[in-house]
Design a protein around this ligand. Structure first.
Ligand SMILES: [Fe+2]
Length: 440
């Protein structure tokens, strides 16, 4: 049998293939429950190889050690079944992800797309891990390589445009990114990734009013039943933060961002990042730190993925949980010795950032500056988006302010104002650095 994009699949029947397509459509929009749907496909056709591999990918894409056992079980189920060449390539990609070899996995997923450019799953998983690897060029070009093989006639085209939009945005091609993202949501309004790509464009260009309107006017499409919604709510909160509307930010935090006290790492990242930004502004977020630190606590010693570890560190520092903060530093140092892509991520970016966050909490602002200055321009190596990693620049400039390094504050403020001239925060930093210039 063939899927809707012409890829041959082993072990499926009509009913299970239809459920596989449904699961894939859900994953593309981050809507519903693709795991429940793929479980139904597996129940209908236990020998459906790609259904097992789909489930493995979903558990691996959470970047949590807790996802590994299920991924391994799914992989074991798939290898015991008849496979075609494409499915064996998927198994190789899953193997690389299970081993934590993200760069290798990226290449294996690319290999699949060379001969099967309409393999939507290979494209999406490749894209997601390009984001986790902070590889902006591949975020853009992985999509560019296959795009001519797609059109609005092919099911899932909106998702390809949404990925194109995010890749272009991360490469700074904002005009084309916005165009692709808007086209994607015209084709499928519930495409939360495409919606999010446009939110990134508006954030990066400082188009705050448009950003708030974009989030608010389209809420019915990206928020309900959506497991990416917390991140889109986080983007909404960033627009309010850009306007110094801290009460709105806290309302969003206490509401859709954190009211469910989700233990999903990707949700906890957004919570930590938002509280840290408020913390840098001197805003007391109170017991919110305690809750998010306790939510991160079971993962403190995982050392699984440096980007997550640093967000856990924010919570530990914010809550004054030095026991957990110290344990996390030890775990991250150990992960440098482990196999897999995370070793280099931790060594080059994760550990210096985590130590800087730790030092910030201890009031050692000179140390923060020493640690962050060399790392901030290569911080993409531990993944995330420009908008997320801006937190490092914000931490640096605030540390420079508190350490009274006026020339550095002025330089960093000018750098920020060149990109976002209307930002009240950036203007405040420049103003804070002005007296020294007058004195000089
Ligand atoms: Fe984002």
């Amino acid at each position: 049998m063939k899927d809707l994009r012409g890829n041959t699949v082993s072990g499926a029947d009509t009913a299970s293939l239809s459920l596989f397509e449904q699961a894939q459509a859900e994953l593309q929009c981050y809507v519903g429950d693709p795991v429940a749907t793929i479980d139904r496909a597996i129940a209908a056709a236990p020998r459906f190889t790609m259904a097992h591999l789909f489930k493995a990918y979903v558990f691996l894409a959470g970047t949590e050690a807790a996802g590994l056992p299920t991924a391994r079980d799914c992989r074991a189920a798939a290898v015991a079944l008849p496979t075609n060449a494409r499915e064996r390539q998927h198994i190789a990609a899953v193997d690389a992800l299970i081993a934590g070899e993200y760069d290798q996995a990226s290449e294996r997923l690319e290999d699949i797309l060379l001969d099967h450019p309409r393999d939507a799953l290979a494209l999406q998983i490749g894209h997601v891990f390009d984001y986790f690897r902070g590889d902006a060029r591949t975020l853009r070009d992985r999509v560019a390589r296959v795009l001519p093989e797609w059109s609005s006639e092919v099911p899932g085209y909106h998702a390809v445009l949404g990925m194109q939009a995010f890749g272009l945005e991360e490469c700074g091609e904002y005009g084309r990114a916005e165009e692709a993202g808007r086209k994607a949501v015209e084709l499928n309004p519930t495409d939360a990734w495409a919606h999010h790509a446009v939110a990134h464009v508006l954030e990066m260009q400082g188009r705050i009013g448009e950003g708030l309107a974009w989030m608010g006017s389209r809420q019915e499409y990206w928020a309900p039943r959506n497991f990416f919604a917390v991140h889109n709510w986080w983007h909404w909160a960033l627009f309010h933060l850009d306007r110094d509307e801290h009460t709105h930010v806290l309302d969003l935090y206490d509401g859709p961002i954190r009211e469910a006290t989700s233990k999903v790492v990707l949700d906890m990242i957004d919570a930590s990042a938002l509280l840290w930004r408020l913390h840098l502004r001197g805003i007391d977020v109170g017991a919110r730190w305690t809750e998010i630190a306790e939510s991160w606590a079971p993962l403190a010693q995982d050392g699984f993925y440096a980007f997550n570890d640093c967000h856990a560190m924010m919570a530990f520092v914010g809550a004054g949980r030095w026991d957990l903060a110290d344990a996390a530093l030890v775990a991250m140092a150990k992960s440098v010795e482990q196999p897999g892509s995370n070793a280099a991520m931790s060594e080059t970016v994760g550990l210096p950032v985590a130590r800087a966050l730790h030092a910030f909490g201890r009031g050692k602002y000179g140390t923060v500056i020493e640690l962050l200055r060399p790392v901030r321009t290569i911080a993409n190596r531990f993944g995330g988006s420009h908008a997320q990693r801006d937190l490092l620049d914000l931490t640096l400039i605030e540390a420079a302010c508190r350490d009274n390094q006026v020339s550095l504050v002025r330089a960093l403020a000018r750098e920020r104002l060149a990109a976002r001239p209307a930002s009240p925060l950036n203007q405040r930093y420049l103003k804070a650095a002005q007296p020294s210039r007058a004195a000089a």
